[in-house]
Design a protein around this ligand. Structure first.
Ligand SMILES: Cc1cc2nc3c(=O)[nH]c(=O)nc-3n(C[C@H](O)[C@H](O)[C@H](O)COP(=O)(O)OP(=O)(O)OC[C@H]3O[C@@H](n4cnc5c(N)ncnc54)[C@H](O)[C@@H]3O)c2cc1C
Length: 379
C-alpha cells in the first residue's frame, strides 16, 4: 500500500519531532507547514529548557522517560553537542508558605511512586548548595538529580535537519488559512500555495483549536496559559552560581536557574490567554522579582531580557494525540502544556505509531503510555 501523504501544520517541537520520526524512523517523509519565518518562534523558543522526568501528569511522565534515551544518545549526526547537561532541581520548602511541609511530603511520595530518585535535604544542606537563599526562610528541600538542562535549539534544529535530509518538505512563511476536505483528501491553502494530503496533523501549539476550526473540527478545549520569564545578572560576589540546581518554590511562586551565563527567573505564572504572540505583563516580571528577592539575597535591578510564551492544556493536563473521532484524516498532536520539549521524541514516536499502524502496541503500554489516555474526545 502506498504511504499516506501527511501534512503537519506547526513547526514547533511537536511538528518538527514528528516530521523527524516519520521521515527518518518510518520512511514516510511528510510536508511541514509553519506560519512564521522561523520554526520554533513560539512556545518552543521560549521555554526554560528543563528536562524533569517527575514533572507533569502520568502520560507526560511516561513520554518524558521514553524521550530520555533519545536525548541521551541521539542518532549519529543529530547534533554537534550533547543535548542534555547536568543541572538538578531543588524543590524548596520556604517558611512563608503555610503549606510547605505537606507539599514537601506530597512531592516526596509522588517522586517515590514515580521511581524518581530524590534526596531530602535539611535547611543547612539546602543553604550549602545555594548560599544566596535566606537562612530564616529555608525549612528544607528535595533535590532531584535526574533533572537536566536541555539544549532546545540543538534539539529543534536536529529534528528539522534530519527530517529534511530524509525527504521531508519544509515550508516556512506558510500560514494555513483554509482546510477543506474533498474526495477523501485534504486541501490546505496558504497565501501563496495549496497542498493536498491524505492526513493533516494539527501541531499548531496554542492555535490547535483555531486551526481545527478552519477544518470544522470539534474543539479539544485547549486553554493556552501565559508563562513569563526573564534573564538577570548573577551575583558578582558569589562563586559557583553556574552549578546551582534549578530552584523551584514548592508554592510555585518562582523558579530560578542558571542559563546562558545569566540567571533565568520566572513567576511560574499560568494566566489564561487567547492564542497570540504573547508578551510578558509588567506585573508578571515584578511579582517574579519580588518572590525571588523574598527567598534569596539576590538583587534584581533590571532584567536583561523578558519574554513570555503560551503553555497550552486541555482539562486533564495530558496531551492530545490521535485521529479525530469525527473528522476523517484529521490528527491532533497538541496540549503538551509545560512539558512539550522534554516529552517530544516519545510523543512523536507514539504519534507516528498511531498514524501509520493505528495502534501504540504493547511496548508503549508497558512504558505507561496508553492511546486512550491521550485520545481526542476522551471522556
Ligand atoms: C516560559 C515557558 C517555559 C517552559 N519550560 C519548559 C521546560 O522547561 N521543559 C519543557 O519540556 N517544556 C517547557 N515549556 C513548554 C514547551 O515550550 C511547550 O510544551 C512546547 O514548546 C509546545 O510545542 P508546540 O510545537 O506544540 O508549540 P509551538 O512551539 O508554539 O509551535 C506551534 C507552531 O504552530 C504554528 N502555527 C500555528 N497556527 C498555524 C497555522 N495556521 N499555519 C501554520 N503554522 C501555524 C505556530 O507559528 C508555531 O510555530 C515551557 C513553555 C514556556 C512558555
Amino acid at each position: 500500500m502506498a504511504a499516506p501523504r501527511i501534512a503537519i501544520v506547526g513547526g514547533g517541537i511537536a511538528g518538527a519531532s514528528l516530521a523527524y520520526m516519520l521521515a527518518v524512523e518510518r520512511g514516510v517523509a511528510p510536508l511541514l507547514l509553519e506560519r512564521e519565518a522561523h520554526c520554533g518562534s513560539h512556545a518552543t523558543g521560549r521555554s526554560a529548557a528543563l528536562y524533569m522526568p517527575s514533572y507533569g501528569p502520568p502520560t507526560v511522565r511516561a513520554a518524558t522517560r521514553a524521550s530520555g534515551a533519545f536525548y541521551r544518545e541521539p542518532p549519529a549526526g543529530f547534533a554537534a553537542q550533547p543535548l542534555l547537561a547536568p543541572r538538578g532541581a531543588l524543590h524548596l520548602a520556604l517558611r512563608d508558605d503555610p503549606h510547605a511541609e505537606p507539599s514537601l511530603r506530597a512531592l516526596r511520595a509522588r517522586l517515590q511512586a514515580a521511581g524518581s530518585p530524590a534526596r531530602e535535604l535539611d535547611a543547612a544542606a539546602v543553604l550549602a548548595l545555594c548560599p544566596v537563599l535566606r537562612p530564616q526562610q529555608v525549612l528544607g528541600g528535595l533535590l532531584e538529580a535526574e533533572a537536566l538542562d536541555m539544549d532546545v535549539d540543538a534539539i529543534l534544529q536536529g529534528f528539522l535537519r534530519g527530517a529534511r535530509r530524509a525527504g521531508a518538505e519544509l515550508h516556512t512563511d506558510s500560514a494555513v488559512l483554509e482546510a477543506r476536505r474533498a474526495d477523501g483528501r485534504w486541501r490546505l491553502r496558504t497565501a501563496h500555495a495549496s497542498f493536498d494530503a491524505d492526513i493533516v496533523v494539527d501541531a499548531a501549539g496554542a492555535w490547535a483549536d483555531a486551526l481545527g476550526a478552519l477544518a470544522g473540527a470539534t474543539p479539544i478545549g485547549l486553554q493556552p496559559k501565559r508563562r513569563s520569564a526573564f534573564l538577570f545578572d548573577p551575583p558578582s560576589d558569589v562563586a559557583g552560581w553556574r552549578d546551582w540546581p534549578t530552584l523551584i518554590d514548592l508554592a510555585e511562586r518562582f523558579y530560578v536557574k542558571p542559563d546562558a551565563g545569566c540567571l533565568l527567573g520566572s513567576p511560574a505564572n499560568a494566566d489564561p490567554a487567547e492564542p497570540h504572540d504573547v508578551q510578558p505583563e509588567e506585573i508578571d516580571i515584578a511579582s517574579g522579582i519580588w518572590a525571588i528577592e523574598q527567598a534569596t539575597t539576590l538583587h534584581i535591578r533590571r532584567p536583561r531580557a523578558t519574554w513570555a510564551g503560551l503553555r497550552s492544556f486541555v482539562a486533564d493536563g495530558e496531551p492530545v494525540v490521535g485521529f479525530d473521532p469525527n473528522l476523517p484524516g484529521w490528527f491532533w498532536l497538541a496540549g503538551q502544556g509545560g512539558y512539550g520539549i522534554q516529552s517530544a521524541p516519545g510523543l512523536a514516536r507514539a504519534a507516528a505509531a498511531l498514524l501509520l499502524d493505528g495502534t501504540l502496541g504493547a511496548a508503549w503500554a508497558a512504558a505507561g503510555l496508553r492511546a486512550e489516555a491521550i485520545a481526542p474526545g476522551r471522556g
